[in-house]
Ligand binder design. Structure first.
Ligand SMILES: *Cc1c(COP(=O)(O)O)cnc(C)c1O
Length: 470
């Protein structure tokens, strides 16, 4: 244990202080009237300024963030979030807004909503967006409610089933279930794409629509989207686009042109708001012209979503501009393919075709099992843990569920070639370690403040404060 691993309460020393208040204009200290003071002083730690500075600085370094290192977490688009976004979100006229302010006092905010609506419509090919949803999953639910209302308004309430590919993000079937719709799974083919032949027999008068993300969660572009759209529309259904994977398509392809009717975007992923740990997020939902009347609320209502994230997204889009935003997706795609090709002699690559912004390995080619006394080699979890020792965040592991040892890597466009090369060489080194002696990986991480928590217990019964035990 390092001395600074102590809690701030354990550092407390009677009488030590880190502040001094100035005298007031009467020359006396700022003592409060005794009637306003508590009988007993609060049990706050008594520490010097440097103790406080070290305590919080060290705490902050026990965590991992995009600002501390490369974060190739597949499906999460952990791109760098330019600091100018933060400056703009902190402008007092914006961050002091109150949701109940009269509309004529929030003209600037209204202009931000309108400007972003226009920009997102241009990027996606949708007609308009609602900014109420505060996460991707929240957007999915909103979008499915719009889909349901569209059918009900046409007197076609029997459409209660939604088709979801087996490669889908877990939130897709979950949102459909929350919306009261029945989920019908469509299988992927050997190339990792939706199997169009398997889709055909599922279509009928009970289908409300299909939910898809393109590129899908394997990072592969669904090339047959045109035919899929024609088939689903042909049976009377709508197409929902999970836009959390929009990053590689920016300025290249538009969901509206692919035939999608409804979609959400994850502003916190594609449009650069720091995210993770459950927030903050924004999942605006866009619809094609024929569904605009089903969007919730007006363009500016009292409580219009997560304004700080919306503001950051607008700043980010304006800063990149029409020309440069087209580069983001292409560079993200290039980086992913570069890593994919550079490591495929060390990690199993189940689907080798050109990917978009991310791709999936299926564990190590040589996991070292033959070298281990107990015959167990190093797993994907072990690779992920070992990466932490080298200062890299782990990729997404064991998702998507199509492979047993899935290791899903998404580098994003914001990393330099030098950083990506470093990552590649560390991934190669780890593979060699595994092949030589898998115990090096199985006992990793060796250099992090916390090593291998029991993941289920850590999630379900977290120890959050001093003195708590299981
Ligand atoms: C992240 C993600 C979601 C869910 O978004 P949240 O903001 O976490 O609710 C949905 N679909 C895909 C493909 C994603 O990557």
């Amino acid at each position: 244990m390092k001395y600074y691993d102590k809690l701030i309460f354990e550092l407390s020393k009677e009488g030590r202080t880190g502040y001094s208040l100035p005298c007031n204009s009467y020359g006396r200290g700022l003592e409060l009237p005794s009637g306003l003071c508590r009988a007993q002083a609060p049990a706050l730690p008594q520490v010097s300024e440097i103790d406080v500075v070290r305590h919080y600085t060290n705490l902050s370094q026990m965590n991992f963030g995009v600002d501390t290192g490369f974060y190739p977490l597949g499906s999460c688009t952990m791109k760098y979030n330019p600091k100018i976004n933060e400056e703009i979100a902190a402008i007092p006229g914006f961050n002091g807004l109150h949701p109940l302010q009269p509309e004529n006092t929030v003209k600037g905010a209204k202009a931000v909503y309108e400007g972003l609506d226009k920009a997102l419509a241009a990027i996606t090919g949708m007609a308009h967006f609602t900014f109420l949803p505060c996460a991707g999953a929240h957007g999915e639910l909103t979008g499915l409610m719009i889909m349901r209302q569209y059918h009900i308004a046409r007197g076609d309430a029997a459409r209660t089933k939604v088709i979801v590919p087996d490669s889908a993000h877990g939130t897709n079937p979950a949102s459909a279930a929350v919306c009261g719709l029945e989920v019908v799974e469509v299988k992927s083919n050997a190339n990792g794409l939706v199997d169009v032949e398997a889709l055909k027999p599922l279509l009928g008068p009970d289908i409300a629509g299909i939910m898809m993300t393109n590129p899908n969660t394997l990072g592969l572009f669904e090339k047959e989207i045109g035919e899929i759209a024609a088939l689903v529309h042909g049976c009377g259904g709508l197409l929902y686009y999970d836009g959390a994977n929009m990053n590689p398509l920016l300025g290249v392809v538009r969901p509206g042109d692919m035939g999608f009717d409804i979609m959400h975007l994850n502003l916190h992923k594609t449009f650069s708001t720091p995210h993770g740990g459950g927030g903050p997020g924004s999942g605006p939902v866009g619809v094609a012209e024929h569904l605009v009347k089903f969007l919730p609320g007006t363009v500016v209502s009292g409580f219009n979503g997560n304004f700080g994230v919306i503001l950051r997204a607008y700043a980010y889009i304006l800063m990149l501009g029409k020309q440069n935003i087209k580069l983001a997706g292409k560079l993200a795609t290039l980086s992913a393919n570069y890593i994919k090709e550079s490591l495929k002699d060390k990690y199993k690559l189940p689907i080798g075709s050109v990917c978009k912004h991310e791709f999936v390995y299926d564990g190590l080619i040589d996991d070292g099992a033959s070298k281990a006394q107990d015959g167990h080699g190093a797993t994907t979890l072990d690779v992920a843990k070992r990466l932490l020792d080298f200062g890299f965040h782990a990729p997404t592991i064991y998702f998507p569920l199509l492979f047993h040892q899935a290791l899903m890597i998404e580098p994003t466009e914001t990393e330099s070639k030098e950083t990506i090369d470093q990552f590649i060489s560390v991934m190669r080194l780890i593979a060699d370690e595994a092949a030589a002696d898998p115990m090096t990986l199985r006992s990793a991480p060796h250099a992090t403040p916390i090593r291998r928590p029991d993941e289920t217990t850590a999630a379900r019964q977290p120890i959050l404060k001093y003195g708590d035990t299981l």
